[in-house]
Design a protein around this ligand. Structure first.
Ligand SMILES: Nc1ncnc2c1ncn2[C@@H]1O[C@H](COP(=O)(O)OP(=O)(O)OP(=O)(O)O)[C@@H](O)[C@H]1O
Ligand SMILES: [Mg+2]
Length: 247
């Protein structure tokens, strides 16, 4: 149901190597159908938060629930629970190379489908559909290592979209893209949003946040949530933005 809480994080704290703080007591909800921007300066913890929400990194303190189920290293050790979670929440990394590792783009797209246990016919259908949507049908036999950044970005998004997750997490989606690819990506995000997908977009680009989100949270340089804004318009709250080193 639109408005239902899909992801619920409570008091998340994370330190790399148990030493370097990245998140301090972060709480947030992500609701069905909304587009949430995660704002914050370099190093504030945006990427870490997305990795936590995607179940790739586990916090030392706090809890995360997704679709009413606890998400932890222990719960995701269960194969069925893991597949359920991965089919519901997908992360598009800032650097596409981080999610392309097969000999061909097609194999990278098959990988996620295999994780979900999809049969060959269903996998093929999904790949054809997603490749069409992203304009990468002609790249399927290519090596990901030889693609341009823009092509690799499309392929990396494809590896997530083939799994058809309800919640899509994007880390700095437009970083390092040329103007034409940026325009394409913004249109894709708008299309995903209009189709009812739930989006979480980490960025320090205030214009992008205002254009593509219903509300935002701001992470401070000491890794705490310092503001929840109801609407992008409330981004005009200069005080919070200045405190977060965003203006
Ligand atoms: N692998 C790591 N090992 C140690 N510290 C790390 C690691 N990755 C991130 N950090 C630290 O965690 C903090 C949060 O980093 P994170 O990458 O989540 O921030 P960010 O908001 O995404 O920054 P940016 O805008 O530059 O992408 C930073 O202080 C960073 O130095
Ligand atoms: Mg980052």
């Amino acid at each position: 149901m639109p408005g239902d809480v899909l992801l619920s994080a409570d008091g998340l704290s994370y330190r790399y190597l148990d030493r370097y703080p990245a998140l301090e007591s972060v709480s947030l909800d992500v609701r069905e159908g909304e587009s949430l921007a995660v704002l914050g300066a370099n190093g504030s913890g945006k990427s870490t938060l997305l990795k936590v929400l995607a179940g790739l990194v586990f916090c030392q303190a706090g809890t995360l629930e997704a679709f009413g189920e606890q998400v932890s290293e222990e719960t995701l050790a269960d194969h069925a629970a893991n597949a359920r979670f991965r089919s519901r929440v997908g992360l598009v990394f800032q650097d596409p190379a981080a999610q392309l590792f097969s000999a061909t783009v097609s194999e990278d797209l098959q990988f996620g489908c295999r994780q979900l246990g999809l049969d060959r016919a269903k996998t093929q259908r999904r790949i054809t559909e997603v490749a069409g949507m992203l304009g990468i049908a002609d790249l399927l036999d290519r090596s990901p290592a030889h693609l341009s950044l823009g092509q690799a970005k499309r392929a990396a998004i494809g590896t997530v979209l083939v799994m058809s997750p309800h919640v899509l997490l994007f880390d700095e989606p437009t970083a390092a893209l040329d103007p034409r690819t940026t325009t394409w990506l913004l249109a894709l995000l708008a299309q995903l949003r209009a189709s009812g997908r739930t989006l979480v977009i980490a960025t320090h680009d205030l214009e992008l946040a205002a254009a593509l989100s219903d509300r935002s949270i701001i992470l401070s340089e000491d890794h705490q949530v310092i503001a929840h804004t109801a609407t992008p318009r409330a981004l005009a709250d200069q005080q919070a933005l200045t405190a977060a080193n965003l203006t």
